[in-house]
Ligand binder design. Structure first.
Ligand SMILES: C[S@@+](CC[C@H](N)C(=O)[O-])C[C@H]1O[C@@H](n2cnc3c(N)ncnc32)[C@H](O)[C@@H]1O
Length: 275
């Protein structure tokens, strides 16, 4: 994670990206097709978008959500009352769980924020049991995550130096081939990558723009580091260029790249090794 990205303020996060992650999550969880009764881990659980979906659709035995943001962990703990779920402060690069202790590890919109994604994936593989599923999704920042793409395109048009902040530039892992390569490099097999597209509809320009003023998340944190005049120039350019319907609504789409793979061994081996 860039030191400048900000992860606190659960309600603001929900308005910015959490609500869109909640639309990707069901498609992602269904794609994994995991049976009931498994032990899940949600790395970088944030406000609990993916954990909530796993509880609703995959009938887990248990799910642990970890996130370095104590604020997000508190938000998720307060709102997810399911006894199968627990949340803890923790980092992908030092997961506070025993080796081989979970059957499924998921990470929604997280891997690109881990300072060393390969180290994060290695740690995820450590805590995963033999034959476990390891999976995640990231936004297609370079192209298909349109609400952020429009924001950075406007910022760069006004000042090319903004390119250094563009998440499409900062996060090369957020494309199908590099994402697949990270999973394969972590020793996972049967690796598959797919696109997940969801509609992101805003009733008004203000609904689109106001989350950027919260400072929560990478692009809003950048927006709030700018001086007010430059921020207003970006706002005005977006207001003029976003595709806007006659009723003022703005209909965009957001594309995520999802990846999944399996650790070596079989679940039967995992059971045998514990007896
Ligand atoms: C875009 S949010 C995604 C949150 C949630 N998974 C969702 O889908 O809404 C990114 C999350 O990654 C977390 N994060 C950042 N660095 C991390 C790290 N090194 N290990 C684990 N999580 C990290 C942030 O605290 C934040 O909650």
């Amino acid at each position: 994670m860039s030191g400048a990205d900000r992860w606190s303020g659960g309600d603001a996060y929900e308005r910015y990206v959490g609500r869109w992650s909640r639309l990707v999550a069901p498609i992602f969880v269904d794609w994994l097709a995991i049976g009931p009764g498994r032990r899940w881990l949600d790395v970088g659980c944030g406000t609990g978008a993916l954990t909530t979906t796993v509880l609703a659709r995959a009938d887990p035995a248990s799910i642990v959500g970890i996130d370095p943001s104590a604020d997000f962990v508190a938000h998720a703990s307060q709102r997810v009352g399911d006894p199968r779920a627990r949340f803890a402060v923790g980092d992908a690069q030092a997961i506070p769980l025993d080796a081989g202790s979970v059957d499924v590890v998921v990470a929604g919109l997280v891997l690109n924020f881990v300072p060393d994604p390969a180290a994060g994936l290695a740690e995820i593989v450590r805590v995963a049991a033999p034959g476990a599923t390891v999976a995640g999704y990231v936004w297609d920042y370079a192209e298909g995550m349109q609400l952020m793409r429009h924001f950075f395109d406007a910022a760069i048009a006004l000042d090319p130096a903004a390119m250094a902040e563009d998440e499409g530039v900062r996060f090369p892992i957020c494309a199908p081939e590099p994402l697949e390569a990270e999973f394969v490099g972590a020793g996972l097999h049967a690796v598959k990558v797919r696109a997940i597209e969801i509609p992101t509809v805003f009733e008004s320009f203000d609904e689109y723009w106001s989350p950027f003023l919260s400072g929560v998340g990478a692009a809003p944190a950048f927006a709030m580091r700018l001086d007010e005049d430059r921020r207003n120039e970006i706002r005005d350019r977006l207001r003029a260029t976003l595709p806007t319907e006659p009723d003022g609504s703005i209909h965009l789409v957001a594309r995520a790249w999802a990846a999944r793979g399996r650790t070596t061994g079989t679940r039967d081996n995992a059971r045998r090794s514990t007896v």
